[in-house]
Write a protein that binds this ligand. Structure first.
Ligand SMILES: *Cc1c(COP(=O)(O)O)cnc(C)c1O
Length: 369
């Protein structure tokens, strides 16, 4: 079965083998050397001044940012499950919040953020997804971050890049915290979250808040290549292994390939009559709105060996989401669009004529004039 869900993603064999080595104690020079290497590579990937790795799923990193970077009032952007989660975290952590709410296919607008900040000068942190995975939507985070900093240079901009880091190059010049997780574009098992920080964020964190998610004590420890509590040693060994795997061709090649695969998938799906759900699709996943999403998804699973994700909440049964994150062999993506075309024939919507795979291959392989 091809795992084509936008997280978790398949773990490459070289990474699984690297993680099969005997368990190391985390307070040893051997592990500290491994940690140092992972930390340096992560800093380069994120392009930020500081970083931490936490033993938690991505939501742990979101919570850590809420606790340590928002002291007064949060601005949260809810255009899906993950943006909604930032709002729920603000409530749970006792932060006042202003929430901008959108349909799941509509990106946040710079103007709405401007208005919210003007009407609420006490907002000290903005929380937004780069890619809102609920609908595969790309928010204009870089523009929002830049404008927010113009209006209030002290404001903290927290970007959830869990389905964007490793997918595309992100301009972090106005971003203070960039969150990612192990089980998406970094193709690791779940359980490791990572956050990059600007120097401004490090200053604001200075004392830190919370116990387990106290970022001040984590930063201090991790600068010494160790962690406040037991490190997720096996996942950090895996992180070095996935860096090795990606760096054979390089991150730029991965970004380029992801873009080409996403474009080819979109063009192929449109050629057989589908339309993309989000007004601005992210590259991490191809998201289609369709009344027959459920039967199509079921046929892919039972007949064609492909597991892709559906929709949640009010879009349950109405979406399918095809993963584009990670080192995906192009022949697998070509099979996925072909399988979808076969499923359309199975449910009697369209005779099969091979259009999807032909268009996919043309778009992906044909040199543009
Ligand atoms: C997967 C994901 C998360 C993290 O979820 P966890 O289940 O806690 O790892 C957060 N934000 C986005 C946009 C995601 O796609």
């Amino acid at each position: 079965m091809l795992l084509f869900t936008p997280g978790p993603t398949p773990v490459p064999e070289s990474v699984r083998l690297a993680m099969a080595t005997p368990t190391l104690h985390h307070r040893t020079p051997e592990f500290e050397a491994i940690f140092k290497e992972a930390r340096e590579r992560l800093l380069t990937l994120l392009g930020m001044d500081e970083c931490v790795m936490l033993a938690s799923s991505g939501t742990g990193a979101m919570q850590a940012c809420m606790l340590n970077l928002c002291k007064v009032k949060a601005l949260t952007v809810n255009a899906g499950k993950f943006g909604e989660r930032f709002g729920k975290l603000a409530d749970a952590m006792g932060r006042a919040k202003v929430e901008l709410k959108y349909d799941w296919n509509v990106p946040c607008s710079v103007k709405d953020v401007e208005n919210a900040l003007t009407n609420n000068p006490d907002i000290d942190a903005i929380f937004i997804q780069v890619c809102e995975s609920a609908g595969g939507l790309r928010h204009p985070v870089e523009k929002i971050a830049k404008r927010a900093k113009e209006l209030n240079p002290e404001i903290m901009v927290i970007a959830d890049g869990i389905t964007a880091v490793g997918v595309e190059k992100i301009d972090v010049s106005s971003i203070d915290a960039l969150i990612t997780g192990s089980q998406k574009a970094l193709m690791l098992p779940p359980g490791l979250s990572m956050i990059g920080f600007s120097s401004g964020a490090v200053e604001k964190i200075a004392k830190g808040e919370d116990y387990y998610f106290n970022l001040a004590s984590e930063i201090k420890k991790q600068q010494q290549n160790t962690t406040a509590y037991t490190a997720a040693t096996t996942l950090i060994i895996g992180l070095n292994a996935i860096f090795d795997a990606i760096e054979i061709e390089g991150f730029d090649a991965l970004y380029d390939n992801t873009q080409r695969r996403a474009d080819a998938t979109q063009t192929a799906l449109e050629a057989i009559g589908f339309s993309m759900f989000p007004k601005v699709p992210a590259l991490a996943m191809s998201t289609v709105f369709d009344e027959d999403a459920e039967p199509i998804r079921k046929l892919l699973k039972t007949k064609y060996g492909v597991n892709m994700a559906g929709g949640q909440d009010h879009l349950k049964g109405k979406l399918f989401r095809i993963n584009q994150m990670g080192l995906i062999p192009v022949y697998e993506s070509a099979w996925v669009v072909n399988a979808i075309e076969l499923a359309l024939a199975d449910i009697g919507r369209r005779d099969f004529d091979g259009t999807a795979s032909r268009v996919f291959n043309e778009k992906y392989f044909k040199k543009s004039e």
